[in-house]
Design a protein around this ligand. Structure first.
Ligand code: ACK
Length: 969
């Protein structure tokens, strides 16, 4: 119904124009028809010119018009978004347009590395989508200049090439592309948990997450690997791990800022900066640790959060207690610990020359050897007590206790924190004897030798050998003493294993017994030399059975004879301990602290339980009183109270108490009993049982001639029993005399006064000769201080003499020098008036020059018991009391051959004994047995042996003589 005007431009654009009238008004429409996509400028609704690509071949069927973009570099994108803005003409609003008109277009892409592909086949493009318009415009809209702009976004994965082309396919729509925006998405740069995550291109797929590792911000370090995921829509997801600020820095606003002055942060893991601890400061920003104020220190192991501290001051109140060769050191902790709790102590041990007062002088002091023992240790001590042992005896030591703590080294402090003490060790018992060896082993004997102890700690006065049959254990053992480092042990059983222990004795007492050494006796009668057999024995073996038998018989006879001898000889030479578990006396002077010994052996008595009645005498240390003691729960008893007079010296106190320490170890009816001591208040007292009749010598003098012999022997028996007990305990009295025997109301005699042994040892030079009781003392003890049980036996003989003579002074008014000389020349006290011969004989036995020949207390006791059982043997007495009487031989009556024979063998002393027992001829003497001689009081073992063997010899020679002189008729 209107005129159509077609104009075709050179580019193929067709302008379609027509006019039409509505209600008489003429409208002209210019419709531009594009044969292909055409770039056209149009005005948008705001009348701003914009460039568009248009196509509108709606009249022609089968349209296929392509518009392609330039090459678009991918730039790392994996999924690109294409936002297309376009307008589209409503097909219905186009007049005359039939079924050819479309309202969609197609979007394609083609990936390529080529940025200038001139020709791309249609088939190379991949379709993204068919895009339809949400809105389309009509003729009216055009007239009203209304832009109905559509915006459609499509996304596509582009991962295979460097870039891509987009293409728009028109299949017959009237369309104008206003804009095409191609973009990809990123997760933007961000900081999470002190880690920076970069701007990150999203993944290829709509659901893919790109894992991204963050990097720590400045002045921070990784706590745990920082990670996040970049989602397809450009959002960060799931933050993991993170970073922490470096030491000296703390987090502020997602960054790490330096700690300010006065603050520090030591570790990155610390929450934030902290104020400097006490006695420290930081002068610059970013401090990781605060510096200590001057005079304060920090140990390597101290945490930076700890206050700065100082070394300790010196230990205080160092005290030392010397115990022989050990020293106990004890001190109090330093006054200032420097603000720390790790104070430790170390001990420096120096041996200093005599008289050196310098505590640290290296000139006069040397470090102690490595053999000194420190318990619990020498360094790193946490306790304030150390026992130092294995020190040398009689040596000056300086001990320096250093106090240290964790900052001592840092502070460079040394001697200022130490305290020193100088001590002198005491005498000590010798250390262990070692390397005991046995040589010359025979059936009955062996020779032992050993090494001197490593630490003799003084001059070794003697060795003591203890031995027992292995099978017997220590139920029964024997003791031998010797000066040398060897001993011949005899009287052993053949083929028997013996256990030997040896210990040494110095002035300080006995050391410990050595470890056990086992040796076995032989079955061979001869000593073994080295590994081989005695050559004499070999010779005899091959010399024939007869000779062998003869020798065997001889050996048998001799050994039978000798067995008594050797056994008894040992009894006198060695104290024999047959009582199982017999106690050995402990010298209280082996205790460093006399109070320790006293409290070990004596009971402390409360002074209030003692009631003193009267003074009964004066002892060495003060008055002796009698009184009563009432101990709770016991009946009241009479006691003697010895007190220590005021103004005593340490040594006097020690000597005084030592007697109680000795006495307290004994428990025997013939030893004075200690009730206890008073040491906690003054005066010091020793309380003993009360002996009504006082000292034996005074008591006998008072009752001169008033007792029967049996009573006297009874007293002597008591004393011998007490002395046997002491000798069994290895205690040597050294001052056995009637004045030191106390007598009670029942005439029971008890040995007392245990003070002398120490006096003699303490002051061997001055006190020795002055105080030694010469008249009572054995010659070897006077000559070279060989005090033994055998020397006590000598003294016992003198006591016997005192008793039988009713308290006469031994050797009357002879002076000491004369006594010593007379004894040396063989003089012995004569029998006191009315003295039974057997008793005097026993005295003479006790006064044998050779101490081994003297009887033991056990033998004396047996002898006295026999005499008491057979009072008849006491009937025979010697001559009158006669000053300077001697026991030198009297002339034999010529016709009595026994007398001459006894003279010839030097045993004329038994003349009367044998005669009294009816032994008047040599023949009769052949019947003598050991038992018989024991009974007669001939108890010296060698004497018995000599008598038996000599009488046999004599008879044999007499018979031989007769055979030669008598001629048969
Ligand atoms: O001969 P006496 O009376 O006996 O004089 C001395 C004195 O003290 C000095 O030692 C006597 N005496 C010592 N101990 C006792 C005691 N336990 N019982 C009785 N008297 C004693 C001693």
């Amino acid at each position: 119904s209107s005129e159509h005007v077609f104009m075709v431009t050179s580019t193929g654009t067709v302008f379609l124009c027509w006019d039409f009238y509505i209600l008489g008004i003429k409208f002209s429409i210019l419709y531009v028809c594009f044969l292909q996509w055409e770039e056209v400028s149009i005005m948008d609704e705001k009348n701003i010119p914009i460039r568009t690509y248009q196509v509108c071949n709606v009249l022609e069927p089968n349209q296929n018009n392509w518009l392609r973009t330039d090459w678009i570099p991918r730039s790392g994108a994996q999924r690109v978004y294409v936002e297309v803005k376009f307008t589209l003409r409503d097909c219905n609003s186009l007049p005359g347009v039939t079924g050819t008109c479309k309202e969609t277009f197609n979007l394609y892409y083609h990936e390529s590395n080529e940025d200038r592909e001139s020709y791309i086949k249609e088939s190379s493009f991949i379709k993204v989508d068919t895009v339809a318009a949400d809105e389309s415009f009509t003729q009216v809209d055009v007239g009203d200049r209304i832009m109905k702009l559509n915006t459609e976004v499509r996304d596509v994965k582009v991962t295979t090439r460097k870039g891509f082309y987009l293409a728009f396919q028109d299949v017959g729509a009237c369309i104008a592309l206003v804009s095409v925006r191609v973009f990809y998405k990123t997760c933007p740069l961000t900081i999470r948990n002190l880690a920076t995550f970069p701007d990150t291109v999203t993944g290829a797929d709509t659901s893919s997450l790109v894992e991204v590792r963050g990097s720590c911000v400045n002045q921070s370090e990784e706590r745990e690997e920082p990670k996040m995921y970049c989602g397809a829509d450009g959002e960060w997801l799931v933050p993991i791990g993170g970073c922490v600020c470096n030491p000296g820095y703390e987090e502020k606003g997602g960054a790490c800022k330096a700690c300010s002055v006065g603050f520090y942060k030591a570790r990155s893991s610390d929450a934030g900066c902290s104020k400097c601890p006490p006695h420290s400061h930081s002068l610059r920003d970013g401090a990781t640790v605060c510096d200590c104020h001057s005079g304060f220190f920090r140990a390597n192991s101290d945490p930076p959060s700890m206050a700065c501290t100082q070394p300790p001051s010196a230990p205080q109140q160092l005290i030392s207690v010397v115990n022989e060769t050990s020293v106990v050191l004890e001190w109090a902790p330093p006054r200032r610990l420097g603000g720390r709790s790790d104070t430790s102590y170390s001990l420096e041990c120096l041996i200093c020359q005599t008289g050196s007062h310098s505590q640290t002088s290296s000139r006069s002091c040397l470090a102690c050897g490595s053999d000194v023992l420190f318990s619990p240790g020498q360094t790193g001590l946490k306790t304030t007590r150390v026992v130092v042992s294995e020190l040398r005896a009689h040596t000056h030591y300086t001990f320096i206790i250093h106090a240290r703590n964790g900052v001592s080294q840092a502070s460079g402090a040394g001697a200022a924190q130490s305290v020193a003490v100088t001590v002198t060790t005491n005498q000590a018992v010798p250390s262990l004897v070692s390397s005991i060896q046995a040589t010359d082993v025979t059936r009955h004997s062996l020779s032992l030798s050993w090494q001197q102890p490593d630490r003799p700690n003084g001059v070794i006065l003697e060795y003591e050998v203890k031995f027992y049959e292995k099978d017997q254990r220590e139920r029964s053992y024997r003791i031998m003493r010797t000066f040398s480092r060897s001993a011949d042990v005899t009287g052993l059983k053949p083929l028997t294993v013996y256990v030997f222990h040896v210990r040494a004795r110095t002035a300080a007492g006995y050391g410990e017994f050595s470890a056990p050494y086992e040796f076995s006796t032989n079955s061979d009668p001869f000593p073994l030399i080295g590994e081989g057999v005695n050559s004499a024995f070999l010779l005899l073996s091959v010399s024939g059975v007869g000779i062998l038998l003869l020798i065997t018989a001889a050996v048998f006879i001799i050994s039978r004879r000798r067995s008594k001898y050797s056994k008894t000889k040992q009894d006198s030479e060695e104290e024999k301990h047959l009582n199982p578990g017999v106690k050995i006396y402990v010298d209280p002077f082996t205790y460093e602290d006399p109070d320790q010994a006293i409290h070990e052996f004596a009971k402390e008595i409360d002074v209030s339980s003692i009631h003193i009645e009267r003074v009964i005498g004066v002892g060495e240390f003060g008055e002796v009183c009698s009184g009563r003691l009432r101990v709770q729960g016991k009946r009241e008893i009479y006691v003697a109270i010895k007190s220590l007079k005021a103004g005593y010296s340490d040594k006097q106190r020690r000597d005084f108490l030592s007697e109680a320490s000795i006495m307290g170890q004994f428990d025997h009816p013939n030893i004075i009993r200690l009730e206890g001591v008073v040491t906690r208040c003054k005066p010091l007292m020793i309380i003993t049982e009360y002996m009504e009749n006082g000292s034996l010598d005074a008591f006998l003098r008072k009752h001169d001639g008033q007792f029967t012999v049996i009573q006297l022997v009874g007293m002597l028996r008591g004393i011998a029993s007490g002395m046997k007990y002491l000798s069994d305990m290895s205690y040597v009295h050294r001052d056995l005399a009637a004045r030191n025997i106390l007598v009670n109301s029942n005439l029971v005699c008890k040995v007392s006064d245990f003070g002398l042994s120490r006096v003699l040892e303490d002051d061997p030079e001055a006190a020795y000769t002055a105080r030694i009781p010469i008249r009572w003392t054995a010659p070897e003890a006077i000559a070279y201080r060989k005090f033994t049980t055998a020397s006590d036996v000598w003294s016992y003989g003198i006591v016997m003499w005192e008793v039988v003579s009713y308290g006469e002074r031994p050797y009357w008014d002879m002076n000491n020098q004369d006594v010593i000389k007379a004894i040396e020349e063989g003089y012995r006290l004569p029998a006191p008036m009315d003295c039974p011969v057997v008793l005097h004989q026993l005295m003479l036995d006790c006064w044998e020059r050779e101490r081994a020949e003297r009887p033991s207390f056990s033998q004396i006791l047996n002898m006295l018991d026999k005499l008491i059982r057979n009072p008849g043997t006491l009937r025979r007495t010697g001559g009158d009391r006669n000053k300077y009487n001697t026991i030198l031989p009297e002339v034999c009556v010529p016709e009595w051959s026994v007398c001459e024979w006894l003279q010839s063998i030097g045993l004329e002393r038994y003349r009367d004994t044998l005669a009294a027992a009816g032994y008047t001829s040599l023949e009769s003497l052949l019947a003598l047995t050991h038992q018989e001689m024991d009974r007669l009081g001939i108890i010296t073992p060698t004497h018995q042996d000599i008598l038996i063997s000599s009488v046999q010899q004599e008879m044999l020679s007499q018979m031989q003589h007769m055979q030669h002189t008598m001629v048969p008729v």
